[in-house]
Unconditional design. Structure first.
Length: 142
């Protein structure tokens, strides 16, 4: 079992089909946490409850992300999100998935491997997104 960080292939196709709109009020993106038992990567197509993390103050399907309007960074289009905190949580996660909660089938956008299990015990479990630029943004299309 492994989580491999990737923008999902299905997202790339769906972006060209207009399935995802990061600035529209009707598309809402969520981040769900997964355990080290999860197998996810570029071939992941949609949110799944299989091997999703569970714990105090973490609920299935995770939490909504605050999207920042897509912008250009040089010749790369990027999307960034505000950092996300699961407050007073007791949870262990190896990675996460960002998915479109409103689009039919909860399609996956990207999968992120944390590089090891991360745990909080009755504390804040915070996802800190990388810098919003062409080389680091969580979602970037070059």
């Amino acid at each position: 079992m492994a989580i491999t960080s990737a923008i999902t292939t299905s997202f790339k196709v769906e972006a060209l089909k207009g399935v995802h709109n990061f600035t529209a009020d009707n598309d809402q993106f969520k981040l769900a946490l997964y355990t080290s038992s999860a197998t996810m990567g570029a071939a992941t197509t949609a949110y799944s409850t299989a091997q999703e993390a569970s714990g105090t103050n973490y609920t299935a399907k995770g939490a909504f992300l605050t999207s920042i309007t897509p912008v250009a960074s040089g010749t790369t289009a990027i999307v960034d999100f505000s950092d996300l905190t699961f407050g007073t949580a007791t949870v262990t996660a190896r990675g996460c998935m960002i998915f479109n909660e409103v689009a039919s089938g909860d399609p996956a956008v990207c999968v992120v491997d944390f590089g090891g299990d991360k745990t909080s015990t009755a504390g804040n479990f915070t996802i800190v997104f990388p810098a919003a630029n062409a080389t680091a943004a969580i979602i970037r299309l070059a």
